[in-house]
Design a protein around this ligand. Structure first.
Ligand SMILES: Nc1ncnc2c1ncn2[C@@H]1O[C@H](COP(=O)(O)OP(=O)(O)OP(=O)(O)O)[C@@H](O)[C@H]1O
Ligand SMILES: [Mg+2]
Length: 314
């Protein structure tokens, strides 16, 4: 028995002479969140489509939930749920009708269908809007409905293709909470995103897709540590305090003009706390404080030597 929910090796895909995937390997442990990071056009949706049997690869093999994506398509489909980049919600139906439709497609009996649909409406906080047309839903509500529809078939593995792109911060957080709850239930999540922050919040492991290849893999922390420029910024009321702080935090760089001290840090709670504790020890007051963590562009620049926008322009 393997505990790998997804195992892919040497996946290749080209459109005419444009190589999108140039032999990529993916291993996802059951019960974890795996995140595929990449800019627009990197091949994230292509990868999802191949692993979910919607698209045939030109080469390579993959097993999802233990089944071969080429020869056991049906079994793969029965084990997975997919929430595409573009919501599959039908605008002309109510939230409840959308869910019922999915339940019918799964051939759930009337009573079972009713029970599951009501449970999901409750769980996703959509019960109040259940009888309203989906066209009246906000972006966040649509995402939630879309996710709920994915869960109707009780999949073991869920593919989420950019689930929060275009959402406001609050809806994004709601989706994150849902993903966490699903993982707590033992599901495996394959998540694509353009946001390092999102991968950081949710993923156990992250890979970066660039130029058809996976250029890095690791935990979010490991990836960020490869990226220079992660630091804590401390602003002081006056130069005396800045100088005092610079004497205590010897690896920091002072900027006298803005009375700011840049302290190298991975931005994690532990390291931030230790910086503040040190200053506390010497009773040095900090006026303002912020954490600069690298974003996808920083990671890209560090890993590939070019920015994600350049990738887009290729
Ligand atoms: N059916 C198709 N025919 C030709 N080219 C395609 C087709 N589908 C995708 N591509 C190309 O393959 C590349 C990868 O596309 P893909 O949709 O997988 O990227 P993505 O990482 O999901 O991007 P985004 O962040 O914009 O969703 C792009 O250059 C795209 O133009
Ligand atoms: Mg995409």
């Amino acid at each position: 028995m393997t505990d790998l929910a997804i195992m892919a090796s040497g996946l290749r895909k080209a459109y005419q002479d444009k190589i999108v995937l140039d032999g990529i390997d993916v291993n996802v442990r059951a019960g974890t969140v795996f995140s595929l990071l990449g800019p627009n056009g990197a091949g994230k949706t292509t990868t999802v489509n191949i692993l979910t049997t919607l698209l045939k690869a030109d080469g390579g093999t993959a097993r999802v939930a233990g089944y071969d994506i080429a020869s056991e398509t049906k079994a793969v489909r029965a084990a997975i749920g997919v929430t595409g980049q573009f919501a599959s919600v039908d605008d002309l139906l109510t939230g409840e009708e959308n869910l019922r439709l999915m339940a019918d497609l799964q051939h759930l009996g009337r009573r079972e269908s009713k029970r599951i649909v009501e449970g999901l409406l409750d769980r996703f906080d959509l019960a109040e809007s259940a009888r309203k047309m989906a066209s009246t839903y906000s972006g966040g509500m649509r995402r939630k409905l879309d996710l709920a529809m994915t869960l109707i078939g009780r999949p073991r593995i869920i593919f989420l293709d950019e689930p929060t792109t275009g959402l406001d911060p609050r809806s994004r957080r709601t989706v994150w909470d849902i993903v966490r709850a699903l993982v707590a239930d033992g599901m495996t999540i394959f998540l694509t995103t353009q946001y390092l922050e999102e991968a950081d919040q949710l993923a156990d492991r992250v890979t970066v897709l660039d130029g058809g290849k996976l250029v890095a893999e690791g935990t979010p922390g490991e990836l960020k540590r490869q990226v220079p420029g992660s630091h804590v910024r401390l602003r002081f009321a006056d130069a005396a305090r800045l100088d005092a702080a610079a004497r205590v935090l010897t690896d920091a760089t002072p900027d006298h003009e803005s009375v700011v001290l840049r302290v190298p840090s991975d931005g994690g709670v532990k390291s931030v706390r230790s910086v503040l504790d040190r200053l506390d020890e010497y009773a040095i007051e900090v006026e303002e404080f912020s954490v600069h963590t690298p974003d996808l562009d920083d990671v890209f620049l560090a890993l590939t030597g070019h920015s994600s926008t350049e990738v887009l322009a290729k």
